[in-house]
Unconditional design. Structure first.
Length: 330
């Protein structure tokens, strides 16, 4: 059974006013002897990736108690004085900005965050306050990495690719990262938390508190909510999957609207790609279908550098911001 995130049950992944909700239990238990439940879940994921680029997952294997504890601990951390939080920032000259950061004043995004790389990464900042935060964050990272592998495999099969194709193509997990975020309460003047954008990676996973505010643009026209559900994780397709599938699966535009009178807390896990990897539409979705590629080949790391420059040196003209359309073939 598939639900819309507005809470109504449906056999269709596109029903209801919110984004679809997919039960992953058939992939994690041995009870589905005929495979019927697994096939229905795959159909729901395929429709969600084609129509929305977003869906929520339940019964995904990540303990709800762990997610709740992680949100509580991040809330405690972000309530510390600014000077204390800055003690957990990356040192000057660090190659990667791990640890605590706050969006610069010129940024349209109004949040602060902790950035974490795989637990074995030497670039991580040790999170010792609150005392449990570091261990809990590492456990969350490990769990979401496993969820990423599961979803990548499901997407692989939904696209009809050879078994294990995406996992072999994207086998290096050293580029994954996770953020714990606090969005400040909305003001009378503005309520933007994160400006409308698409994610440049493969797949993103988000779990959030009850404040809500994450919205997905449907067909370039209307905004629909990713309504928080207890224990659910939001999944969205990134630009890499959109390009590989030649737009069969979409990397949807989304944003965060800050709530009034309270902060919003969430975690986002980015299932990434090795920077040296080349990305282009696969033959299965171009030549084999008699269709032209919609993108030219590019190096993933180059694209990430361009996207980072969007943030570090925002162009005066919004039309000059680099998106995946930078590589489009007109």
């Amino acid at each position: 059974m598939v639900q819309s995130s507005s809470g109504s049950s449906s056999s269709s992944a596109s029903a209801g006013n919110g984004i679809p909700v997919v039960d992953l239990s058939p992939f994690l238990t041995a009870a589905d002897e005929t495979g019927k439940k697994k096939r229905k879940a795959m159909e729901a994921v395929k429709e969600a990736c084609s129509e929305y680029g977003f869906f929520q997952i339940i019964n995904h294997g990540v303990p709800t108690t762990l997610m709740d504890r992680a949100l509580q601990l991040s809330s405690t951390f972000f309530d510390f004085p600014d000077d204390e939080k800055r003690n957990f920032s990356a040192p000057p000259g660090a190659p990667l900005p791990a640890g605590y950061s706050r969006q610069p004043l010129h940024s349209p995004d109004k949040n602060e965050y902790l950035l974490m790389f795989p637990p074995s990464s030497p670039f991580n900042v040790s999170l010792t306050r609150p005392s449990e935060l570091g261990d809990v964050a590492e456990e969350v990272f490990s769990c979401l990495s496993k969820t990423g592998s599961l979803i990548e495999g499901i997407i692989n099969d939904c696209l009809g690719l050879p078994a294990g194709f995406l996992s072999e193509y994207n086998s290096d997990r050293n580029w994954d990262f996770m953020t714990a975020l606090r969005y400040f309460p909305a003001t009378e003047e503005e309520d933007n938390g994160i400006a409308p954008h698409q994610d440049g990676n493969c797949v993103t996973f988000v779990f959030q508190d009850e404040a809500g505010g994450l919205e997905v643009c449907r067909n370039g026209v209307s905004w629909i909510p990713a309504t928080p559900q207890p224990g659910a994780i939001v999944v969205n397709v990134g630009d890499v999957i959109q390009v590989l599938s030649n737009n069969k699966f979409k990397s949807a535009t989304h944003r965060v609207i800050r709530p009034k009178g309270r902060s919003r807390y969430s975690y986002a896990f980015f299932y990434n790609l090795l920077g040296e990897k080349m990305v282009e539409p696969l033959l299965q979705f171009t030549e084999h279908l008699g269709e032209l590629p919609k993108y030219r080949k590019f190096q993933y790391g180059e694209y990430m550098q361009l996207r980072m420059r969007n943030k570090s040196h925002p162009p005066e003209n919004p039309q000059d911001v680099i998106h995946i359309t930078h590589y489009s073939i007109n």
